[in-house]
Design a binder for this molecule. Structure first.
Ligand code: NAD
Ligand code: MG
Length: 295
């Protein structure tokens, strides 16, 4: 039976968003509308059977969509998140377990090297190893003026978005074996930086370089490293200081597709990059941008 064609411009929410603001890190559960992370739609095909995945920021948004998809593809999943996000994380635990997989919740602040090390060793101990490492957690606070962009924010942005990737990857090296896959989340901001996201865009460009260089270093060991560069995606990061509240209603409407993306629309790319089907793909960045493209 033919599956019906679905028009991407209207497949998901495509009206104006109600203006809203939350305190960082924000909750999916408090957003209107709630981001669609594929809870009711993602269908797995056993593509990650028996794998063990750690996903940072797996409580909400893109990380949550990836956690749902990985579990439905047969993987056990550990997620990291901040203690303030416990309610979102508890929901994800339920979704992973409903897929018949083991879920592990490891809260903590990845801007600290000591926690990054602990996160990797705990996840490996709980799952019996790590096969897929998704470095997805991120921090975005908009700031219109470099003169008021303080050093505290600059350091926080780089610690969470970039340094944590060095700390976690270093800690994971003794644990990862040939066939493992590392996936980073960068951004279209790495290619087309916005004037109000100086620190964030710079950190995302650095992630892109980190991803490609690490891929070259680890390829001989049989470990692949790729990145995903999302365009505007409806998540808590956007309403928790990621952009000015008055820009929320038209969020994503200037893309060629004409709407913001939903986290569910990212999951398939992470599944592909995690699975053996992409065994010859490394050092690549996949854009999912609604038509604004990366390179
Ligand atoms: P999100 O808020 O749902 O997820 C980000 C997660 O990062 C949070 O859930 C939180 O658990 C984690 N995090 C933040 N600070 C942390 C800290 N100090 N310690 C531990 N964890 C921390 O938003 P999202 O949009 O799904 O973000 C996921 C990734 O996607 C981020 O790297 C973000 O930069 C990137 N991204 C998002 C968009 C977008 O439009 N939403 C676009 C491009 C890239
Ligand atoms: Mg969250």
């Amino acid at each position: 039976m033919k599956k019906p064609n679905i028009n991407p411009t209207t497949k998901y929410y495509h009206k104006k968003y109600p203006p809203q603001h939350q305190k960082y890190p924000g909750l999916d559960g408090d957003m209107t509308p709630k981001p669609d992370c594929g809870e009711d739609t993602y269908i797995g095909h056993n593509r990650l059977a028996g794998r063990r995945a750690l996903i940072t920021g797996g409580d909400s948004g893109i990380g949550r969509a990836v956690a749902i998809a990985f579990a439905r593809e047969g993987a056990d999943v550990a997620i990291s998140y901040l203690p303030a996000e416990q309610s979102d994380a508890d929901e994800v635990r339920g979704l992973i377990e409903s897929a018949g997989q083991r879920a592990f919740l490891i809260p903590g602040d990845i801007s600290r090297e000591s926690f990054c090390k602990k996160l990797i060793t705990s996840a490996a101990k709980l799952m019996g190893g790590i096969d897929i490492l998704v470095l997805n957690a991120g921090y975005q606070q908009y700031s219109d003026d470099i003169e008021t962009l303080d050093t505290e924010q600059l350091e926080k942005t780089f610690a969470i978005n970039l340094f944590s990737m060095f700390w976690m990857t270093r800690a994971a090296m003794p644990i990862l074996t040939p066939g493992a896959s590392i996936i980073t989340t960068t951004s279209i901001q790495a290619y087309q930086p916005g004037k109000s996201l100086l620190d964030y865009a710079a950190s995302k460009a650095a992630i892109m370089a980190f991803t490609k260089a690490l891929a070259k270093q680890l390829a001989p060991k049989g470990i692949r490293v790729n990145g995903v560069a999302p365009g505007p995606i409806w998540t808590a990061l956007q309403v928790a200081g990621g952009r000015a509240t008055n820009t929320i209603p038209r969020f994503g409407m200037d893309t060629p597709i004409g709407r913001a993306g939903q986290p569910a629309e990212l999951a398939g790319v992470y599944v592909l990059l995690a699975s053996d089907e992409s065994s010859y793909t490394t050092a690549e960045i996949y854009g999912v941008t609604g038509g604004d493209h990366t390179m």
